[in-house]
Structure formats: structure tokens, C-alpha cells
Ligand binder design. Structure first.
Ligand code: GLN
Length: 453
């Protein structure tokens, strides 16, 4: 803990932590030491973890990267965080992120951008940018982020670390500040697939506080094994890769080459690897952004200037209080999405946009099911480019949304996916490789990711 605290101090310019629980972590470390000596410590004893600023931790501030939660203190602890604590992890602090997890570059935080440790003129990705850089720069051993459309995997790819988004409903979201409830997942960011698998195992499973959580038993993900070579020879794994990820001109050359390299390697191992097209690829981002903005406009209506955090004063009548508090409390991207979401849910446009997007979501799910009827895994780059410069896409939301092209599918269909490091480009910027598996096949997913790590 002391080492991490020193590093956090040294790397302040990366703007990773919005709060550091220094004394508390040191005290907790002592207590866990005692437990270790008594042979009674939990499975995560001494694991120093940072949490994204969208996870509630009782008695600690939580801001979701927003001014609207100014001075707000969490009243309870998220189930996922509680499970880490129950296994004797140490929560070292709260990590900067895009406001309400909306963004792909961490430039939408009210607390300023986070910087990529590989090149501080570049973004770390988002929205869990602080959580990814914390692991990249060695400011904690692992982080817990949230992934609605790629927010764990995309920053992990930009920072050269591992990011895992589980199946929808695998980890309880009780205590996670909601962005788009039918997409949101909590997921770990770590140095290794093993660490991510262990954290998933600890956080996953039934929870009476979240009605969307699955009651399926949790497998021992940290011990998952792929079939051995003899078994591969008798039944090779079937792996599909997205042709767009290795052939499209919209993808950096270095990323296409790195992805092709892994495809060749998988073939050399004896697996069947085939290119596929996703017929509905071009509808992915529109579907994602219509549905998530709709859900966000509804979820964020609770921040009214009365119940939480920031309030405009003097506010005149009640309506003025709502309007002024929300206008001043929310940043530009969040306001853009509330407006978009309110529009697509409005009576005259509901069928044209929201209903249509729900129908397309169903079609995308059916297409994905068909693909996984024939394949065990779907492989692609995690992102079309490596980390871009701060400011480069900030004023161009459409360009920014394109950064999610490969990651949103897993959230639209609720499947698990992992991003693992796949080398670097000529400038030393990390490249990510994404693997996706069928629902609740996290065991197979981490086993395969370990093989490729
Ligand atoms: N970049 C995507 C968005 O802005 C994903 C965010 C996320 O996964 N939380 O919506």
C-alpha cells in the first residue's frame, strides 16, 4: 500500500485518482496482515484495487465524474465492491472517468482528462480511463470499471492492459450508478487474465438487490483450462474473426497486422479460423446510441437538484431549480445525450427511433446467435485505432462514437468479451485484441485469452 501511495503521488500529472484513501488503506493493510498471520485471510488478501467513480462505497464520495454529484457521499456499498472487501481486498481510491461513463477518451470528466502513461499527450480511452491508467502505471494492482459499450475494454486496449466485460447479469449492478441499464456491466481491469478472472469470480453471482442478475452458479474462472493439444487435434476450436477488423481501411495498419498475426498463430495451433461479415455492422452504433441515450435520459432524471449533490441557489420556483441545477451540474456530452434520449422517446418519434432500434437490436442478437451456432469465439481488434491525441476528437462526437465500433456488439447482445494486449505500434502505443464468447462462457473466454496473452 505504501508503495502504491508513493507512486500515486509521483504520477499525479496523469490525473487518475479523484480521491485516495491513504490512511484507511494503510490501516486495513495492517489488519489484513494480522489475518494472514492467523491463516484467516480472504482470497484477495492484500490485493490493492481502485474503483471507478461510478461505484458506491459507503461513507466515501462518489461523483460519476460530474459536478451534479458535488459533495455527495455514498450511503451504501455496491455489491461488487462489498464482495472484494469480504475477500480482504484493499480499496485504495476512486478513479477519474467520463461523466456518467459517457465517453471514449476520458475528456468528459468534470475533474479534467486522464493522460495515457504510454504518451501523456494522448487519451487513455474511456470511460474507465482512470481505471486503465492506474493499472498501466502501476498505481494499484487492478481496477474495477463499468462497460456499457466498451468502457472497460477500449481503455484497456489503449493502455496495454487486460479488460473483461462479463455476460450481462453475471455481476450485480447494485450500487453502480446507472447509465444504460440494459447494457451496463461491471468488469475488472488488470495486468493479467488470471487477475481479471479471479476478480470476476469473486464479484459474480446472485444478489437479492439486483433483479437482473443471473442465478447461475459461478464457475472457477481463475482455474479455467482450454482443451489440451491432443483434444484440439480431435476437435479444433472454431474461431470467427470480423473481416472488417483486418480488411477495413478504417482500421490502423498496425492493428490489422497485429490481428492477422494472432489469426495465423491460432491456425498454427490447429484451430479453425474463418472470416465472417456482420451484415448488420453498420447498424450497431446507431442502435447502441439510440437505446443508450434513451435509457440514460430516463436514468439521469433523478438528478434534479433536490435529492443529490449540486443545487443551484437562489433558484426561484421549483421548475427553475430543476432546470438551472441540471444545466449547471451536467457537462456538455451528458446534456447532449439527455436531449437525444428524450427526443427518441418523445411521443411523435418513439416508434421511428426507439421501437425501431429495439427491433434492430433483436435482429443483431439473432445474427450473433447464428454466428455462435457455428463458432466458439469471435475475434476482432478491440479498437480501430491506437490512443489518439487529447483534443483530437473532442469536438466531433461522431468520430468519437466510432472508437466503439468493435466493442458495442458485446453489450448490444449481452455477451462476455475480453481485451488483451496485442503488442504495440511503431510509436510504442498499445494495441488490443478482443475475444467474445457465448453468454456465461467466461471460463472458456479467459482460458483462450490466457493462451493468447
Ligand atoms: N464510449 C461509449 C459511450 O460513450 C461506451 C461508454 C461505456 O461503456 N460506458 O457510450
Amino acid at each position: 500500500v505504501a508503495d502504491y501511495l508513493t507512486r500515486i503521488e509521483e504520477y499525479q500529472h496523469l490525473n487518475v485518482f479523484t480521491d485516495v484513501y491513504a490512511d484507511e488503506s494503510l490501516t486495513r493493510a495492517d489488519a489484513i496482515d494480522q489475518k494472514l498471520m492467523a491463516g484467516k485471510a480472504g482470497r484477495l488478501a492484500g490485493m490493492v484495487i481502485g474503483i471507478k467513480d461510478v461505484l458506491n462505497y459507503a461513507g466515501h464520495g462518489v461523483r460519476a465524474g460530474s459536478l451534479i454529484l458535488d459533495q455527495f457521499t455514498a450511503q451504501f456499498t455496491a455489491t461488487a465492491v462489498q464482495r472484494l472487501l469480504d475477500e480482504d481486498a484493499i480499496i485504495i481510491g476512486r478513479q477519474n472517468c467520463d461523466e456518467f461513463a459517457m465517453g471514449s477518451s476520458n475528456e468528459n470528466s468534470a475533474f479534467g482528462p486522464v493522460r495515457n502513461a504510454a504518451d501523456t499527450s494522448r487519451v487513455p480511452g474511456g470511460s474507465s480511463g482512470g481505471s486503465a491508467v492506474a493499472v498501466q502505471a502501476g498505481l494499484c494492482l487492478a481496477s474495477i470499471g463499468s462497460d456499457t459499450g466498451g468502457s472497460v475494454r477500449q481503455p484497456a486496449a489503449f493502455c496495454g492492459v487486460v479488460g473483461l466485460k462479463p455476460t450481462y447479469g453475471r455481476i450485480s449492478r447494485w450500487g453502480l450508478i446507472a447509465y444504460a441499464s440494459s447494457f451496463d456491466c461491471i468488469g475488472p481491469i488488470a495486468n493479467t487474465v488470471d487477475d481479471a478472472a479471479l476478480l470476476l469470480e469473486v464479484m459474480a453471482g446472485p444478489d437479492e438487490f439486483d433483479s437482473t442478475v443471473s442465478s447461475r452458479p459461478v464457475d472457477a474462472y481463475s482455474k479455467a483450462q482450454l482443451p489440451d493439444q491432443a483434444a484440439v487435434e480431435s476437435r479444433p476450436l472454431r474461431i470467427a474473426y470480423l473481416s472488417a477488423g483486418v480488411e477495413s481501411t478504417g482500421v490502423d495498419d498496425s492493428i490489422r497486422e497485429a490481428t492477422q498475426g494472432r489469426i495465423d498463430e491460432l491456425r498454427a495451433m490447429g484451430h479453425t479460423v474463418e472470416s465472417i461479415d456482420l451484415a448488420l455492422l453498420k447498424y450497431l452504433l446507431p442502435t447502441y446510441y439510440i437505446l443508450t441515450t434513451a435509457e440514460a435520459s430516463s436514468n439521469l432524471s433523478r438528478f434534479d437538484g433536490v435529492r443529490y449533490g449540486y443545487r443551484h441557489t437562489p433558484s426561484g420556483d421549483l421548475l427553475a431549480l430543476y432546470k438551472k441545477s441540471r444545466t449547471e451540474g451536467f457537462g456538455a456530452e451528458v446534456r447532449r445525450r439527455i436531449l437525444l434520449g428524450t427526443f427518441v422517446l418523445s411521443a411523435s418519434y418513439y416508434d421511428a427511433y426507439y421501437t425501431k432500434a429495439q427491433q434492430v437490436r433483436r435482429l443483431i442478437r439473432q445474427e450473433t446467435e447464428r454466428i455462435f451456432g457455428q463458432f466458439d469465439f469471435l475475434l476482432s481488434p478491440t479498437t480501430p485505432t491506437t490512443a489518439f491525441k487529447l483534443g483530437e476528437k473532442k469536438d466531433d462526437p461522431l468520430q468519437m462514437y466510432l472508437a466503439d465500433i468493435f466493442t458495442v456488439l458485446a453489450n448490444v447482445v449481452g455477451y462476455p468479451a475480453i481485451s488483451i494486449p496485442n503488442g504495440t505500434d511503431v510509436d510504442g502505443l498499445p494495441i488490443g485484441l478482443q475475444l467474445m464468447a457465448p453468454p456465461f462462457e467466461e471460463g472458456a473466454l479467459v482460458a483462450m485469452a490466457k493462451r493468447l496473452e
